[in-house]
Every structure is written in C-alpha cells, then in structure tokens.
Design a protein around this ligand. Structure first.
Ligand code: GRF
Length: 220
C-alpha cells in the first residue's frame, strides 16, 4: 500500500476527504502521517482517525535561524514516514528547495482557484481567459477581480509558486452575494472530490512525474 504524508496547517477538511476516501476503499494509498506547523483542526482530525501525527512548530517565520532548523526538522519528519506521495492540504508555509529535492515529483498541492497548464498568467475558462490567482489570497482575489467563475486545482509542486503541472482542475461559479466564506466553502466541496482522485492519479502512475531537477519551491 502506497504511503501518503499530509502537510496541513488549517481546519483539515481536505485531509478528512482523504481519510474518508481511504475508509471507503477508494484511495490508492494510506495516510501514514499528518504533519502540521501549528495546533490545528487537521491534527485533531488525524488523532480522531487514529493516524500518526506530528507537530513541527514554527514560531517566527521571519527568524532565519529558527526557519533553517524548522526546514531541517520538517524534511526529516516527513522522510521518517517513507512517503510515496506528500500532499499539501492547506499547508501555509513555503517549502525550501531541500524538501522537494528529497521528494522529487512526489509533492502535490490543492489550490482554491483555477490554474493553467502552462504556468502562465492567465487560465482558460468557460468565461474566457481569466487571471490565474496564485498565492494565499486566491479566494479573495476572485471576488476582488469580479470573476464570474473560479475553481479548484490540484497540481504538482515545483519551484514556481502554484505553477506546477496540473493534475485536475474544476470550475466553481461565483454567485451573486458570495463573500469569501461562502465562496471558499463551495470551492472546498470541489477540492474534497478532486483531491482523492488526484492522489490516485499520482499513485497509479498515470501522471508523468517531473524530473528532480525541475522541483523545489512553494505552495499556497
Ligand atoms: C483549501 O482551500 C486549500 O485549497 C488551501 O487551503 C484550504 C485548506 O482547507 N490551500 P482545509 O484546511 O483542508 O479545510
């Protein structure tokens, strides 16, 4: 059985989608370890599900010395679980190059917006070409830009922010009266469906993995 390590910093609903898929026998792997940088819902969900979990705390993101120690502890913690796949499911920190060199082509991320195949600044949608919203304000960005549609994307993590090969992507309409919370909840419902499917695609080898040289980087 393939081993999955999930990195999460938030409420953990995407982690829960993986746990539920594994329980229902539809996940091509098993969540072996959940790692977080802070006390959060994701760690609680891991505990409830009886999955091994680890808190690797980072108090001051801007303290370079603390950050270097954190990055080293994080990679060793993840490596200790011998993962076939690392899933960033609401992980809110940048990963250093060493992390992705250690797990080449084996790290995927779920992102709350449409992202293009070519890593470019725009993405094709049913409403025409739209800005590709990268980074951690993607849901807010869809509202600020007044987009008619946004979406969810699962992609392989590479050196460029939210620009790696897309595994799965689906549109989500922006509805009149939407605020960040209502829109994000609707996007998450799609994420919860896409993420287990994307994990299966990675683990059953139907998606070509990028060369180790190409990786390094961040998520949002
Ligand atoms: C998701 O919307 C994901 O796309 C983004 O962070 C959110 C995490 O939500 N990167 P949850 O913690 O899985 O509920």
């Amino acid at each position: 059985m393939s081993r999955i390590v999930v990195l999460a910093s938030g409420s953990g609903t995407n982690l829960q989608a993986l746990i539920d898929a594994e329980r229902s026998g539809t996940l091509a792997g098993s969540v072996a370890l959940v790692v977080s940088d802070r006390a959060c819902g994701a760690l609680e969900r891991a505990e409830v599900a009886g999955i091994a979990s680890a808190l690797v705390p980072l108090r001051d993101r801007k303290d370079q010395t603390e950050r270097a120690g954190f990055d080293a502890r994080l990679v060793e913690m993840v490596a200790s679980a011998r993962p076939d796949l690392v899933v960033l499911a609401g992980w809110m920190l940048l990963l250093d190059d060493g992390f992705l060199v250690r797990f080449p082509g084996q790290v995927i991320n779920v992102h709350p917006a449409l992202l293009p195949d070519d890593g470019g600044p725009t993405v094709a949608s049913s409403a025409g070409q739209l800005p590709a919203l990268r980074g951690d304000r993607a849901v807010r960005g869809a509202l600020r830009h007044g987009l008619p549609v946004t979406g969810a994307t699962v992609h392989v993590v590479t050196a460029e922010l939210d620009a790696g090969p897309v595994i799965l992507r689906e549109e989500v309409p922006v509805l009149p009266g939407d605020d960040e919370t209502t829109l994000h909840e609707r996007i998450k419902r799609v994420e919860h469906r896409l993420l287990p499917l994307a994990v299966n695609r990675m683990l059953d080898g139907t998606l070509e993995r990028p060369a180790a040289r190409a990786v390094g980087g961040i998520q949002a």
